[in-house]
Design a protein around this ligand. Structure first.
Ligand code: NAD
Ligand code: HBS
Length: 257
């Protein structure tokens, strides 16, 4: 029987790339996104590519939506094997401008979403009495914090922390919890980050922030979704069964930990 993977925020960007790779690996795929339009067009693409998939609209910051996502996965495919907490948002602002609304929104999606997704998946794995894999979207910003990205970096440090704590508590239930830490990938997230950053730096033109962040990558190019999907495919496979609690950097050579 094919294994089943949920990927949140998979209507586009890295999540879509991850879901495509896991589909090609033979998983039945549960797509999720808050954006119903991109979610449905991605589902059509997957069907055309012969990937067995369903789409469940939801907001990862809502605990009930995360539990609904898991129950829809089990309803459609009979089980859950991998849950990828990919959905996340960018936040760009000077530290002195950080306010309650910014903090609440960023943490509700990037952190609460990971906590609720982990809870929903773990409870299902425990009920199934099967091995489970939870894979969280961290970042190089979960290892090093960046100017203008203080709130975003704090959320990714929190993701790394929860990855460790959840791994420690869930190991006895045969559940592994790990995270992937991408570097700089040219998705719509970086389009938004660049657009915001250049507003604060007079010397910058559109595209310059992306160039500045990706210019020093040792392997000479920004990240593609496939680069991230390769790591997630490994973490979703049996080959990574002896790895848990780790936030693994895949950035082409930016941060060294
Ligand atoms: N792009 C990068 O360079 C980079 C680097 C490191 C980490 N990451 C992380 O990887 C993940 C994916 O990033 P991306 O670049 O693909 O971003 P993206 O903005 O291109 O895609 C994110 C997707 O998540 C969806 N989403 C947003 N809020 C949601 C919510 N509340 N519920 C459900 N879906 C929601 C969006 O609609 C979108 O389809 C994020 O967690 C991000 O922090 C990205
Ligand atoms: C968006 C992200 O996580 C890094 C800083 O590129």
């Amino acid at each position: 029987m094919a294994k089943v993977a949920v990927v949140t925020g998979s209507g586009g960007g890295l999540g879509k790339g991850i879901a495509q790779r896991l589909g090609k690996d033979g998983f039945n795929i549960v797509l999720n996104d808050i954006n119903e339009e991109t979610l449905n067009s991605t589902l059509e693409e997957f069907k055309k590519d012969g990937i067995e998939a369903i789409a469940v609209t939801g907001d990862v910051s809502k605990r009930d939506d995360q539990f609904n996502l898991v129950s829809k996965a089990v309803e459609a495919f009979g089980q859950l094997d991998v849950f990828v907490n990919n959905a996340g948002i960018d936040v760009v602002s000077p530290f002195l401008d950080v306010d309650e609304e910014q903090l609440n929104k960023a943490f509700s999606i990037n952190v609460n979403g990971v906590v609720f997704g982990t809870q929903a998946a773990a409870k299902q794995f425990i009920e199934q009495k099967t091995k489970g894999k939870i894979i969280n979207a961290c970042s190089i910003a979960g290892h090093e914090s960046y100017e203008m990205l203080s709130t975003y970096s704090a959320t990714k440090h929190a993701v790394r922390s929860y990855t460790q704590s959840a791994a420690k508590e869930l190991a006895s239930d045969n559940i592994r919890v790990n995270a992937y830490c991408p570097g700089v990938a040219g998705t719509s997230m970086w389009d938004r980050i660049d657009e915001e950053m250049v507003k604060y730096y007079d010397h910058m033109e559109p595209g310059d922030a992306f160039k500045e962040f990706s210019g020093g990558i040792l392997l000479g190019r920004p990240q593609e979704p496939e680069d991230v999907a390769n790591l997630v495919s490994f973490l979703a496979s049996d080959d990574s069964d002896y790895i848990t609690g780790q936030s693994i950097i895949t950035d082409g050579g930016i941060v060294f930990r």
